[in-house]
Ligand binder design. Structure first.
Ligand code: NAP
Length: 297
């Protein structure tokens, strides 16, 4: 297999997220010294979905690691829309809660859009509310969606200059692919890419991928990106996290990315692993948003 140059840079999301946590710890120390309470994040968790339980547990643990307050509001999977909306309204009004998230996906009988629209934009630390997405599109101060924001931080803090690159984003979801495509194309640092956004109706998707200097896979299709889709020397970001059965693991499952890491990595200039790439950065961005919520400018 042809290699572009030396070993690829493995973009270590754990280590980069730890840098961010260290910065937040210091900021929080100063905040506490000035007599203020720590920032507080609340996570609303509906039902017992294994993936959601794990993600929320990671978020709560991350809060503790930087000295932020946090709590989980657990609701039974049979909760009604009305009951869930009452929780949202209560969290909106609680001055002790700086920011909160409602962990997705919700059980199918619940309307996630109605919930999202009811979250107070100033407490929307996931950055999913239309006010925050609209402000982001206009380049105004806002809570940026955590995963795209984490990806840009990972690139930036690892000194990869993406200015002028042709970025190809696979996946157009409103929480990952679409906002990321926008953020990559803006006149900011990092940014200034020329962006192609691909989805399930894209014709000649492989050809688009082969032209990418920066390829981001956010599909939820394990192993989708293979070596024949990657230009030698490309930077590859794997957002995918799909649980696949793995009897060799104690949990019985493993997390798989959208990129066939073994065959793609040797071609790349830089690549993220799964796990340990984008995932920890998403949580670090959530902490940054929570800090921002507690310290409005
Ligand atoms: N690491 C993290 O922190 C993190 C955070 C968020 C999400 N994720 C992971 O990232 C992945 C994507 O999440 P999401 O919420 O963006 O997913 P999503 O809402 O399901 O969106 C998937 C996108 O991929 C496109 N797609 C799916 N199969 C395709 C194919 N065969 N060819 C071309 N396009 C295809 C879909 O196209 P259409 O629009 O045409 O249907 C859609 O735009 C998932 O594995 C998720 O678990 C990870």
């Amino acid at each position: 297999m042809p290699t572009s140059h030396g070993a690829p840079l493995i973009l270590d999301g754990q280590a980069t997220a730890e840098q961010i946590r260290e910065e937040l710890r210091e900021l929080n120390r100063l905040r506490l010294q000035s007599g203020q309470r720590p920032p507080h994040l609340t996570a609303v968790l509906v039902g017992n979905d294994g993936g959601s339980e794990t993600y929320v547990a990671h978020k709560i643990k991350a809060c503790a690691s930087v000295g932020f307050g946090s709590e989980i509001v657990r609701l039974d999977s049979s909760v009604t829309q009305k009951e869930l909306m009452e929780v949202v309204h209560r969290l909106n009004q609680d001055p002790g809660i700086d920011g909160y998230i409602v962990q997705l996906p919700l059980p199918s009988h619940l309307d996630a859009t109605e919930v999202n629209l009811a979250i107070l934009p100033t407490k929307d630390v996931d950055g999913f509310h239309p006010v925050n997405l609209g402000r982001m599109a206009l380049g105004l101060p806002c809570y940026k969606p955590a995963t795209p924001s984490g990806i840009l931080e990972l690139i930036h803090r690892n000194h990869i200059d993406i200015r002028g690159m042709h970025a190809v984003v696979l996946g157009r979801s409103p929480i990952v692919g679409s906002p990321l495509a926008q953020m990559l194309s803006r006149n900011t640092t990092p940014g200034n890419c020329t962006v192609t956004l691909c989805h399930s109706r894209t014709v000649d998707l492989k050809e688009h991928c082969r032209r990418a200097d920066l390829l981001v896979a956010a599909l939820g299709q394990p192993g989708f990106v293979t070596a024949d889709m990657v230009r030698p020397g490309a930077v590859v970001i794997d957002v995918g996290t799909t649980r696949v059965e793995d009897p060799s693991k104690r949990s019985g499952y493993a997390l798989r990315g959208d990129v066939c890491f073994e065959e793609v990595a040797p071609l790349c200039r830089a690549i993220t692993p799964v796990p340990g790439g984008v995932g920890p950065m998403t949580i670090a961005s959530l902490l940054q948003n929570t800090w921002q919520a507690a310290n409005p400018t």
